[in-house]
Design a protein around this ligand. Structure first.
Ligand code: PEP
Ligand code: MG
Length: 587
């Protein structure tokens, strides 16, 4: 049994067989062939090995010419492994005796070799060979799998997906009936992959560091998404304990259904409006099921998930109308314009050359302002949708006032076009801006005069304030919503909004973690937008809070000097406010 700790991103316990994806996302399922297929499988294996050896010899010649014999010899060593009789015998045995598919036999044999090397050769020259072995595995698999990669969406049996990393698109197309959970070596707390996992209510842990060579497809694994734990091949007693925890959590979800109907007000009677964050129209159902007061953030760029063509204006409109219909009359739906780029979906609309710093480049509203036909198409759909409900429009990643003004100018132009065409829309549609870049937070007074509402995007605000990539587990220690610099920026924005009578909420993942609920209420927030999955737990905290108490907590937290101090302080307060609440971001 091996227990690993990573970053918890979506709560829940899952237990099941692993499906290991190699670094290029190739599935290596544990598959057996029929007795009649064994000889054919051995032949496939041998031809793949021969092709891989031929390729390695070619690479050796090429590298020797370009860089010298010393480097070329690395690939000569690879070629020798492809032809090594002992390696071949191991592979043949796995296919002939166990009837494993050629792909699975290769993956299993290579992982066994890696484990042996790492164990025996710790700190010696043998350790480096692990990386070479994965290169070797990849080369053989390339020849075996050729064009018939099995995409993740076609999984036949329920599994726990283990991968180096998953892109947001790969995550978005996972079938929840076939995937119990996932765990990845890379990734950060608020990466879009993590956000989607939470939206899909799929237990997930990211940023675990290297572990894929310790596990093979078919091994039993446990994912505890609340605690950020991955257990490989658990001992029976541990597995039994987690099964119990999983079943308790399932029965506790019934409790949240009861909470749904309770009002979101503090113990001393102040209403704290809880709205839902959604990525897909279907999630509107999760909002209504959990008693959300509307949709506070609809991340429309997820219309691009799993497709490489642009959604048409009608497709945009259809998606928006589904959300409006599900939410019902009087419920606001804040539609955020496309936030494409960086760790989200890359489209043909992005820059032609790869950027050195995509998070600081042409992403989000910057991309829309450079591609006005794309932007106008979406604005038309949003405005047309506004004829059918309480639709509000919001611009992401705004860093300067001129940028915001350009967006509003375009919105007005599109209104003019629609008016001429006789299309219905709400001419007084509320307009909001995300505050997720420090420059916008610092200019909050000026921005407050020009929009109806702010939504503080802490996911990006943290990343840009601390210069720490939200998707990079190596800087996860710096990336904290509790950092005093982040808290001060939030306060600047809330104070400015209140002074000007501008609406304000927080819609980053921070608002879904009940640990921060007293702090945010104490800073002055009366509206939060969060993943529907987290709504019941946050409401439970709201109902135990007194505003005066929350203000005292916020004032104290704002005097502290480090994220660690703030977290420790909030943990103590949490224990006092809600002693039964256990764990990190969930109940
Ligand atoms: C944020 O940055 O906090 C936010 C809500 O936007 P996204 O997570 O979609 O970047
Ligand atoms: Mg953002």
């Amino acid at each position: 049994m091996i227990t690993l700790r990573g970053i918890p991103v979506s709560p829940g316990v899952a237990i099941g067989p692993a499906l290991v994806l190699d670094s290029e996302g190739v599935r290596i399922p544990q598959r057996r062939v029929t007795p009649e297929q064994v000889e054919c499988e051995v032949t496939r294996l041998h031809s793949a090995l021969a092709a891989a050896a031929f390729e390695a010899n070619q690479t050796q010649r090429d590298i020797t010419t370009r860089l010298g014999a010393k480097y070329g010899s690395i690939f000569a060593a690879h070629a020798l492994i492809f032809e090594d009789p002992a390696f071949l015998a191991d592979l043949d045995a796995l296919v002939r005796s166990e009837r494993f598919s050629a792909e699975y036999a290769v993956s299993r044999a290579v992982r066994d070799l890696v484990k042996a090397f790492e164990k025996e050769g710790e700190g010696t020259f043998l350790a480096w060979r692990a990386a070479d072995l994965f290169d070797i595995e990849k080369r053989i698999l390339k020849h075996l799998l050729g064009g018939r990669r099995e995409p993740l969406q076609d999984l036949k049996e329920p599994v726990v997906v283990l991968a180096r990393d998953l892109t947001p698109s790969e995550t978005a197309v996972l079938d929840k009936n076939k995937v119990f959970a996932f765990a990845t070596e890379h990734g950060g707390r608020t990466s879009h992959t993590a956000i989607i996992a939470n939206a899909m209510e799929l237990p997930a842990v990211v940023g675990l560091g290297h572990f894929l060579n310790e596990v093979s497809s078919g091994d039993t694994v446990i994912v505890d998404g609340a605690e950020g734990v991955l257990i490989l091949e658990p001992e029976p007693a541990v597995e039994a304990q987690y099964r119990k925890a999983r079943d308790t959590r399932l029965s506790r979800s019934g409790y949240w259904v009861v909470e749904r109907n309770l009002p979101s007000v503090t113990a001393d009677g102040t209403a704290i409006e809880l709205l839902g964050n959604i990525e897909f129209p279907d999630e509107a159902t999760a909002c209504t099921a959990r008693g959300a007061a509307g949709v506070g953030l609809y991340r429309t760029e997820f219309l691009y998930a799993g497709r490489d063509s642009d959604p048409s204006e009608e497709e945009h409109l259809r998606a928006y109308l589904r959300v409006i219909r599900e939410m019902g009359e009087g419920q606001p739906v804040v539609i955020r314009t496309l936030d494409l780029g960086a760790d989200k979906f890359v489209t043909t609309h992005g820059p032609h050359e790869p950027e050195k710093n995509p998070s600081l480049g042409v992403r989000s509203v910057r991309l829309c302002l450079r591609d006005t036909p794309l932007f106008r198409k979406q604005l038309r759909a949003i405005l047309r949708a506004s004829a059918f409900g309480d639709v509000r429009v919001m611009f992401p990643m705004i860093s300067t006032l001129p940028e915001l003004r350009k967006c509003v100018f375009l919105l007005n132009e599109v209104m003019e076009d629609l008016r001429e065409a006789g299309e219905g829309f709400n001419p007084n549609i509320p307009v909001g801006t995300m505050i997720e870049v420090p420059s916008a937070a610092l200019m909050a007074h000026e921005f407050a005069r020009e929009v109806d509402f702010f939504s503080i995007g802490t996911n990006d605000l943290i990343q840009y304030t601390l210069a720490a990539d939200r998707t990079n587990e190596l800087v996860a220690d710096l990336y904290s919503p509790a950092d005093p610099a982040v808290l001060r920026l939030i306060k600047v924005v809330v104070d400015a909004a209140r002074m000007h009578g501008t609406g304000v909420n927080v819609c980053g993942e921070m608002s879904g973690d009940p640990l921060f609920t007293p702090l945010l209420v104490g800073i002055g927030l009366r509206q939060l937008s969060l993943a529907p999955n987290n709504l019941p737990a946050v409401k439970a905290f709201v109902r135990r809070l007194n505003v005066g108490d929350a203000e005292r907590i916020a004032a104290e937290a704002l005097t502290l000097e480090s994220a660690r101090d703030v977290i420790n302080y909030l943990l103590r307060e949490r224990k006092r406010i809600h002693p039964e609440a256990a764990g990190g971001g969930e109940e």
